[in-house]
Design a protein around this ligand. Structure first.
Ligand code: DUC
Ligand code: ZN
Ligand code: ZN
Length: 459
């Protein structure tokens, strides 16, 4: 054996039990109560949890957006991911309007392959759907990309798809077995409200949230789900932020299958009060931060299974980049960091505060994304035959989150001063340590592109 992790407590979506894990050639080869076979490296995980690596199914590395580019490239972004116990990221390749989906994937792989330190997959973010591109989808699935994001908003930024195009993709998702991801906000209403606030000279960060009130998401979630139900398609609503959205998803899930929702750590623990601070623009992302009642509805949605995943929308802009909109919220590049802090926050704010169980944590960051995005059983689980993507998690490790002890290139943290207890201490990708004793021991370019299979429904 190459690696033996002994005496840990293994956590899966269903069980928590003491066992050793043996690894050879990057795969898990044994899980048993007392493995005695010799191994090149032995890790003692007494008093620690041993969990499948996290899958951050929503990142934006090196993404050109709103006149600038996210500062975390595939190297820094995946180093940050690894420190947070994330062993696979799924990044959005944004389709340049004149490029095919396959060309878009090559473009993104060209950026990622030389730099990634953890494994990665790609979703295509569709910006210009044509019938010729619909015909290309079977080849895209063969290339290992089985999810496509469409945006209801961002008309001015050139990302928006209209309802007809969304419906068309949903039809194809049913026929071909892929997943449509939807950014659900009502574009014309938020544009009207933005114009109203701008004309009144109300340009500070708080008006970002005021121009995208809860119903802007709630209505769009309803519309997206209704279109999916009509088309019989497979729909996953990304970064859900409101109690209205969760209520609508819950209602529709009882009527139709193949409907899912994702939320992000910032929607679970931060509120829109952040926009009132002098650095309010750091918190500008879309959809915006909401109120306490929304935080609680999202936790509840995770606990009761309405929401299936947590991912981060990791989309990093420095203070200097955020300052592009110093005097005007409409010019602030939208996005916040998150991949390094996702699992620690879910553990400290979710598991330790009895909002979700530890098994649920593993379900929403590993197992469910692996199924939905066609990575299961290669990833998202600790099973014999699976990739040895393994996190050794110390529930007693205390840390105060701060830009200084996090690894993104960003020059601030949106969680500055938040105390967490429970951190990943060793992180293995296909059996190789990438973080060991909270030191980076990985190597640029050693992560791999993971071709994904078709969407697998959750029960
Ligand atoms: N939302 C963000 O905040 N940033 C990137 C894209 C998105 O949908
Ligand atoms: Zn989005
Ligand atoms: Zn996003």
């Amino acid at each position: 054996m190459d690696l033996l992790i002994k005496n840990g407590t293994i956590v899966t979506p269903k069980d928590t039990f003491k066992a050793d894990i043996g690894v050879k050639d990057g795969k898990i080869v044994a899980i048993a109560s007392n493995i005695t076979e010799k191994a090149q490296e032995v890790v003692d995980a007494s008093g620690k949890y041993v969990m499948p690596g996290g899958i951050d199914a929503h990142t934006h590395m090196e993404m050109p957006f709103m006149g600038t580019t996210t500062v975390d490239d595939f190297e820094y972004g995946t180093i940050a991911a690894a420190f947070g116990g994330v062993t696979t990221i799924l990044d959005f390749a944004i389709q340049p309007k004149d490029k095919t989906f396959l060309e878009t994937i090559s473009l993104w792989r060209g950026k990622a392959d030389p730099k990634v330190v953890v494994d990665y997959g790609i979703h295509v973010a569709v910006t210009n759907l044509t019938e010729d591109l619909v015909k290309e989808i079977p080849k895209v699935l063969e290339a290992g990309v089985s999810s496509f994001k469409l945006f209801m908003p961002y008309r001015k930024e050139g990302l928006m798809s209209d309802d007809g195009r969304i419906y068309r993709m949903l039809e194809e998702s049913r026929r071909l077995g892929f997943l449509v991801q939807l950014h659900a906000e009502n574009n014309s209403v938020l544009e009207l409200l933005i114009e109203r606030y701008v004309s009144l000279g109300k340009l500070s960060a708080e008006y970002h949230a005021k121009s995208r009130p809860n119903f802007v998401e709630g209505e769009a979630v309803h519309r997206g789900l209704a279109l999916a139900a009509a088309a019989g398609g497979n729909l996953y609503i990304v970064h859900m932020s409101t109690k209205e959205g969760v209520a609508e998803l819950s209602r529709m899930k009882k009527l139709y299958s193949n409907l899912y929702g994702e939320t992000c750590p910032h929607y679970l623990i931060l509120t829109d009060e952040k926009y009132l601070s002098p650095k309010g623009r750091r918190y500008i992302m879309s959809p915006p931060l909401r109120g306490k009642a929304d935080n609680e509805a999202l936790w509840e949605g995770l606990a009761n299974g309405t929401l299936s995943t947590v991912a981060t929308d990791h989309c990093t802009f420095t203070d200097a980049q955020k300052d592009l909109g110093k005097d005007n919220f409409t010019k602030v590049p939208n996005g916040v960091p998150g991949t390094e802090t996702m699992i620690p926050i879910l553990y400290s704010e979710g598991v330790s505060k009895n909002r979700i169980s530890l098994n649920k944590l593993v379900e929403v960051v590993s197992y469910n994304p692996a199924k939905l995005f066609g990575l299961y059983p290669r990833k998202g689980t600790l099973n014999v035959g699976s990739d040895a993507d393994i996190v050794v998690f110390d529930p007693d490790f205390e840390m105060e989150l701060s830009q200084e002890n996090l690894h993104s290139r960003i020059d601030y943290s949106i969680y500055e001063g938040v105390k967490v207890k429970g951190m990943p201490i060793h992180v293995f990708v296909r059996g190789k340590p990438v973080v060991y004793n909270r030191e980076f021991v990985g190597k640029k370019g050693t992560g791999k592109f993971v071709p994904r299979g078709k969407y697998q429904p959750l029960n």
